[in-house]
Design a protein around this ligand. Structure first.
Ligand code: G
Ligand code: G
Ligand code: MN
Ligand code: NA
Length: 260
């Protein structure tokens, strides 16, 4: 098994899948979105996690094609769910963009082509990028963010708190949502007693985001205590195993129907 070689074949042999993890409103328990997460079903190795192959894809440049596939597949799924569920399906799908993808000079053309081909409008999409993606592309980010906004595509800062500690870009670039990295969530153990530095950081991030006009998603929420604490400090949204794992489309559909 040679990961790099097999990764090239994976695209043409259609070994990638998207799973969808529900994003939940902490106030109401309602479904407010899904994050699309890539899965590689390798013919002999079984499921290989993205943490293993996304870095290789970044190094080899394959990420451009894989990212293109992901975005197209997510948009096709949006279209299929819109046709199947009509008004019942109205939430955005979050798609992860890698650092390299965000810096592709023709990113906007690629996005426009996919939207046109699938017949999906930008207001059904949210793109997740890291702080690094923005900071590494500080000059081009202004224009890209403006163009995304014209298409009503929202942006979410993923893994917030683990990348650049520079907060400069936060007021410079209009981003809808901050997603707090799960390393900050995993240390929340008790909604009343927890006074560790890390949960103070969570509280500070929520306050910062709100003051900048952003909403907040906590990722990696695994316990009721964490969910209650986050709700108490005003964090709007959450995703994590406590609510739902990333699901194949057929199971995600059951959540769409329930709306919870
Ligand atoms: O699904 P999982 O929890 O294993 O994801 C691990 C990491 O892989 C996460 O950081 C996630 O952002 C990233 N990831 C998942 N799907 C995609 C994708 O389609 N494109 C990119 N660039 N990263 C992804
Ligand atoms: O984009 P990002 O790296 O944040 O992707 C989310 C990753 O976290 C995915 O790989 C997903 O499978 C994983 N994940 C989702 N919910 C949980 C959770 O509650 N706990 C942990 N440990 N991982 C989670
Ligand atoms: Mn993400
Ligand atoms: Na993350």
């Amino acid at each position: 098994f040679e990961l790099q070689t097999d990764l090239r074949l994976a695209l043409e042999q259609q070994q990638f899948l998207l799973y969808y993890q529900p994003v939940i409103s902490l106030a109401t328990g309602d479904l407010v979105g899904f994050e699309a997460l890539i899965r590689w079903n390798h013919p002999t190795e079984g499921f290989i996690p993205p943490s293993q192959f996304i870095p290789v894809a970044e190094e080899t440049g394959l990420i451009a094609q894989i990212g293109e596939w992901t975005l197209r597949e997510a948009c096709s799924q949006i279209k299929a769910w819109q046709e199947k569920f009509e008004k019942l399906f109205s939430v955005r799908i979050n798609v992860n963009l890698s650092v390299k993808q965000f810096s592709l000079p023709d990113l906007m053309d690629r996005i426009d082509r996919i939207l046109a081909d699938t017949g999906v409008s930008g207001n059904m999409l949210k793109l997740e990028i890291t702080e690094t993606a923005i900071m590494d592309n500080a000059e081009s980010a202004d224009l890209i963010i403006k163009q995304l906004r014209e298409r009503e595509i929202q942006l979410c800062i993923d893994d917030f708190g683990t990348g650049y500690s520079s907060l400069n870009y936060l007021h410079r670039f209009p981003v809808k949502t901050l997603k707090i990295d799960r390393s900050f969530i995993s240390i929340i153990e008790d909604s009343n007693l927890d006074r560790s530095n890390k949960s103070l950081i969570v509280q500070a991030i929520v306050t910062l985001a709100h003051q900048l006009g952003m909403d907040v998603v906590a990722e990696g929420v695994e316990t009721l205590e964490q969910a209650m604490y986050l709700k108490q400090i005003g964090c709007e949204f959450a995703q994590g195993y406590y609510f739902e794992k990333p699901l194949p489309p057929t199971l995600a559909e059951k959540i769409i129907i329930k709306g919870k």
